[in-house]
Design a binder for this molecule. Structure first.
Ligand SMILES: Nc1ncnc2c1ncn2[C@@H]1O[C@H](COP(=O)(O)OP(=O)(O)O)[C@@H](O)[C@H]1O
Ligand SMILES: [Mg+2]
Length: 276
């Protein structure tokens, strides 16, 4: 069996066997795939100083699909980059699984990005000269790892790309290219996949395909996904939505629908209102 099926909302995941119980010593949940503790991020200095994150603490539970929402400039990408070890924090700590990202040097960060996290970007970021299959396997080849053939096959099947593995990105639609990028992120079975506006460049139909695929990889294969979006419909595919405003977490929803997400967005847009 490649994977156990799991239902939404906590409980067992495929990585449970590897999880040590840290609750007793830290008071934190052992099931977090990623965790930010009082994370501050300051860009520039003096007049040019921008405080992008102001003490963000958040846990991203294993085997769950979390959306991060908030207005443009609220710090969504910064938080994701800090969580993924793509950017340093000014203060605070970030953990991916058992790894304290904020304590790592360059070599450790390279290893973390290679082995423990996967990325999906708005612009797909595929290499134009490589076929779909070569793009999907590139991170593993760089890491000198061989794909698990059964898992590769399942990923290809789920993402619906079997007929197009020999195509180059230019021969694929935007939705297909993003599905190649999803397969590339998933094939290495990272601890967490971070997706920054993955449907931002797609029409609604292709966007729905990609979101369905992401949700299935969480529900059926226990993958952990953190996705930045500003689209309420996209956020409704997630199990939980975290709302950022001005570098702080201001609200949270579980089992969101497009309507409850929209309501929360409207509420947060009202400056006079107290949110929480
Ligand atoms: N490399 C950078 N240098 C300076 N300021 C930055 C940099 N990256 C982001 N910022 C600023 O930090 C704030 C948060 O940006 P960002 O995380 O990209 O927001 P979002 O993804 O929610 O639109 C913004 O004010 C942005 O201008
Ligand atoms: Mg952004």
């Amino acid at each position: 069996m490649i994977d156990q099926h799991r239902t939404n909302g906590g409980g067992a995941s495929r990585r449970d066997g590897e999880v040590r119980d840290v609750t007793a010593t830290t008071g934190q949940s052992a099931s977090a795939a990623a965790r930010a503790s009082d994370v501050w991020k300051v860009y520039g200095s003096g007049e040019a100083q921008v405080i992008a994150l102001r003490g963000v603490s958040a846990e991203f539970e294993r085997g769950r699909f979390t959306a991060i929402m908030g207005p443009s400039g609220s710090g969504k990408s910064t938080l994701m980059h800090c969580l993924a070890g793509l950017d340093s924090v000014t203060k605070g700590t970030v953990q991916i699984g058992e790894t304290t990202v904020t304590g790592l040097g360059d070599a450790g960060l390279t290893k973390l990005r290679r082995d423990q996290v996967g990325f999906i970007f708005q612009q797909f970021n595929l290499l134009p000269t490589l076929t779909a299959k070569e793009n999907i396997l590139l991170p593993l080849s760089i890491a000198g790892r061989k794909p698990d053939p059964a898992w590769f096959d399942l990923v290809i099947e789920t993402v619906g790309l079997r007929e197009r593995l020999g195509h180059r990105p230019a021969q694929l639609s935007g939705g297909q290219q993003q599905r190649v990028a999803c397969a590339r992120a998933l094939v290495a079975r990272p601890e967490v996949i971070f997706a920054d506006e993955p449907t931002g460049n797609l029409d609604s139909r292709s966007g729905a395909e990609v979101l369905n695929f992401l949700r299935n990889s969480v529900r059926q294969h226990g993958q952990t996904i953190v996705m930045v979006t500003h689209d309420p419909t996209a956020a409704a595919y997630a199990d939980r939505v975290v709302f950022l405003a001005d570098g702080q977490i201001v609200s949270e929803l579980v089992e969101p629908t497009a309507d409850t997400v929209l309501d929360t967005m409207k509420r947060l847009d009202t400056p006079a209102e107290v949110v929480g």
